[in-house]
Design a protein around this ligand. Structure first.
Ligand code: GDG
Length: 753
């Protein structure tokens, strides 16, 4: 089993010195809980939980760590590999570049961003310290998962130290639009992008963030993204969206926890019959606390009938107190709260109940489940887990979520009342609408949102990311093609000469002849026919033209040769003796389950898409989703389906639909069958297009596979063009190209049928 190394700025533990010794306290933070659940779901995890190492910046001293290790009582879930940064470096790295430059800029607060060279220096130094620590720990085969904006340079730094490492990077905050991103000084903005591109897979919360990243890479570095893949040197880097989620069961079952029930009853008792509006966020200008207060004030202005009948409990959790903009924000919140209470409060009623503190898990869930409306209105938020947690806790299916349309969570929680966080009138109207929403309407909305969060919970999220990371890595290996150079050609010739029984599988269009404007014009030149004839004349050789062309055309062009012909990807096969055999269509019902599962996963990963079931086929339609997302997902699905489908099925890439139907034929299955018909000790397959990839895949363990052209391929080797293929094949006939140029021009004369 592989080792997983998680890297984040903070470690998921604290150390406390107590009378009994140094105690380890695990944090209940989202990521740590997520990974714990993922590792416990044994059937889904590819890692040994004992081999998960967490690397991060320690907030305890090296001495305390040593003391803990000497008297270790509990080791916790993860192996911990702390590192320590010099205080000054840490300040410039954490308070400086991370939280005073990247954080405000990426949340669209450019006026809050500072640009200090010393912070950039510190950020680079801190990332180098992480890279050194990782290089020290790294063992071949390890999987590295690096988290968040503090460590954007790290993937590249690790790659330069350990070129083969499997590296995933996930950004928890928004990736801003290019116009904002470009505000970073030149070397910084390119440095950060290049840093991230050291990964094999880069994950974001939403499709918008993926697109913003792709555009910034294109504009600033020049690499284009195709099908969610950016070529960096000879390495494709996958970019995709993985909307983070929560531990649904933990929050859902909290509804009936005795401590939560007790706390909830207390809250409701204090409220008497008043309605409860609730919000909780870290103290941060991105969370829109001030705008929220102003929206609530507008509501009170517009709706005097609610005075005395509603309470707004607003919890603000202390955060990043060393940064001055956070302190100022606290003061403004307190002033505004005071002003609103001063304006509307009576002897018996306080409109805003402001609490500057953090809540226990039970208190938090008590508020989530006691309130009538959760008011979650960030000005920008990568995702916002509070919104998902609130929905998950509501076993009673009651309560209304008012959510900012610019929180990443809005992309998944369309049944919430979505508002623009700066629109006070809009917020006031949404509060009024939420308070008067019927229980049935509340329940319908809740149920839909709950289903979505339950189905893509945090375990699914981690599983999805890591699975895609493995896929990205294995695709990279498959696509590492070696150009057939002189030395390799020599080796192949030797193998050929020593072989007793040889099979040569040759695609036609794009392999033996270049493409012509119209397919019927791509007749083989006399020289090509002659070459095939000579190859076939060697008694040890079996030559096969394996093509998508129809029977008639192949017969017409090659009928006189003693070679095997495969028409329409295997629908018909002609033996060298000239007799054609049709491949009867096969129908095996057991193919459906796997295909259905792959398509259902595509539906989950791409909202708006659906599966159509037909008697002999299954179709995944993506016409009702964003064009680019649908297209990208369709490429993933086609890849998966190619891996799943045997010779009974055909994957058809249609117009906004991917269809799998019984066909019983593809080049892979027919090539396998032919290869197993005799004891071949030399098999070579040459082809240029997607259908040839089936052949390369099917023969990968026993054939010399050669791709014509530069595209990604499963073939082991490549040749640049048809000219190179013919010169290469010519060597096998024993006739060297004695200076004469081979005629590559297709014979464009139409022959009569
Ligand atoms: C970053 C991104 C993205 C808060 N107060 C209390 C408390 N919390 C817990 C919540 C929730 C978490 O903290 C806050 O998560 P958010 O997602 O809302 O926001 P950030 O901290 O800014 O997180 C964000 C996230 O990363 C994940 O990728 O969603 O967009 O900014 O879990 O429950 N928990 C307790 N008491 C509190 O007082 N127990």
């Amino acid at each position: 089993m592989k080792r997983l190394i998680i890297v984040s700025n903070r470690l998921p533990i604290q150390l406390l010195r107590q009378e009994s010794g140094v105690q380890l306290l695990e944090s209940a933070g989202g990521l740590a809980t997520a990974l714990k659940s993922y590792l416990q779901a044994q059937d889904r995890s590819s890692f040994n939980p004992e081999e998960v190492i967490w690397v991060g910046n320690a907030d305890f001293s090296p001495e305390l760590w040593e003391e803990f290790n000497e008297t270790k009582q509990s080791t916790g879930t993860f192996k911990i590999a702390p590192l320590w940064l010099d205080n000054e470096v840490n300040d410039g790295f954490y308070n400086g570049l991370s939280n005073s430059t990247i954080w405000p800029l990426f949340h669209y607060f450019p006026t809050f961003a500072t640009y200090k060279d010393s912070d950039w220096q510190a950020y680079q130094q801190a990332n180098e310290v992480f890279a050194d620590r990782l290089a020290e720990l790294y063992q071949p085969g390890d999987v590295l998962w690096i988290h968040d904006y503090h460590l954007m340079l790290l993937p590249k730094l690790v790659r330069s130290r350990r070129p083969d490492a499997t590296i995933g990077f996930f950004l928890h905050i928004p990736f801003p639009s290019f116009e904002i991103y470009r505000m970073l000084p030149g070397p910084w903005r390119e440095g950060l992008l290049n840093g991230m591109l050291g990964s094999d897979l880069i994950g974001f919360h939403t499709n918008d963030y993926v697109q913003h990243f792709e555009k910034s890479v294109h504009r600033l570095i020049g690499n284009e993204s195709k099908l969610r893949s950016i070529q960096v040197g000879n390495r494709p880097v996958k970019v995709d969206l993985f909307p983070i989620s929560i531990d649904y069961e933990r929050f859902n079952s909290a509804y009936t926890l005795p401590e939560v029930v007790e706390e909830r009853n207390k809250i409701r008792e204090q409220l008497q019959d008043n309605k409860l509006l609730f919000s909780v966020d870290r103290l941060d200008y991105t969370k829109g606390v001030l705008n929220r207060l102003q929206g609530y004030e507008k509501f009170l202005e517009r709706h005097p009938e609610w005075h005395g009948r509603i309470s707004f409990v607003m919890v603000v959790v202390p955060s990043r107190s060393e940064i001055s903009s956070y302190g100022e924000r606290k003061q403004m919140i307190e002033e505004n709260t005071g002003r609103i209470n001063g304006r509307f409060a009576t002897m018996s009623w306080q409109p805003v109940v402001y609490q500057y503190r953090s809540l226990s898990f039970e208190q938090l869930c008590a508020y989530y489940t006691a309130c009538d409306v959760a008011l979650i209105t960030p000005i920008r938020d990568g995702m916002n887990l509070v919104a998902k947690e609130f929905v998950a806790t509501r076993q009673d299916e009651q309560g209304v979520l008012i959510l900012s349309e610019v929180a990443g969570a809005a992309a998944e929680l369309g049944e919430a009342l979505l508002i623009n966080p700066t629109d006070r009138e809009g917020m006031a109207q949404a509060i009024e609408r939420a308070l008067s929403m019927s229980p049935q309407n509340q329940s319908e909305r809740m149920r839909l949102m709950q289903t979505r969060i339950r189905e893509y919970d945090v375990v699914q999220w981690a599983d999805d990311f890591l699975t895609q990371l493995f896929n990205a890595k294995s695709q990279q290996h498959q696509w590492e093609v070696r150009i057939l150079n002189v030395a390799l050609r020599k080796q192949i010739m030797e193998k050929y000469q020593n072989a007793q029984k040889r099979l040569l599988l040759l695609d036609y269009d794009g392999t033996l002849v270049p493409f012509a404007k119209f397919p019927e014009l791509a007749r083989p030149s006399e020289r090509v026919v002659e070459l095939l004839n000579e190859l076939a004349a060697v008694p040890q050789n079996q030559v096969v033209i394996i093509s998508g062309r129809d029977k008639k055309t192949l017969e017409n062009w090659f009928g006189s040769l003693a070679i095997q012909l495969v028409a329409e990807h295997g629908a018909a096969v002609r033996q060298p003796d000239g007799i054609w055999q049709e491949n009867p269509d096969a129908f095996h019902p057991e193919w459906r389950a796997n295909i259905q599962q792959a398509m259902n996963l595509a539906v989950q990963r791409c909202p708006g898409t659906f599966v159509e079931e037909k008697t002999h086929s299954l179709a995944w339609h993506y016409r009702n989703t964003a064009d680019d997302l649908g297209f990208a997902r369709s490429r993933d699905l086609i890849d998966t389906l190619h891996g799943l489908t045997g010779h009974q099925l055909q994957v058809i890439d249609g117009n906004k639909v991917v269809e799998v139907r019984v066909a019983g034929v593809d080049k892979g299955s027919v090539a396998s069958r032919i290869a197993s018909e005799s004891n071949y000790d030399f098999i070579m397959a040459i082809g240029d297009d997607r259908t040839d990839e089936d052949m390369f895949r099917a023969l990968s363990d026993r054939a010399l596979t050669i791709k014509v052209g530069q595209q990604k391929t499963l073939a082991r080797y490549s040749l640049p063009d048809t000219g190179a293929v013919l010169s290469f094949l010519q060597r096998f006939t024993g006739m060297e190209n004695n200076g004469e140029n081979i005629d590559l021009t297709p014979n464009t004369e139409l022959t009569s049928a």
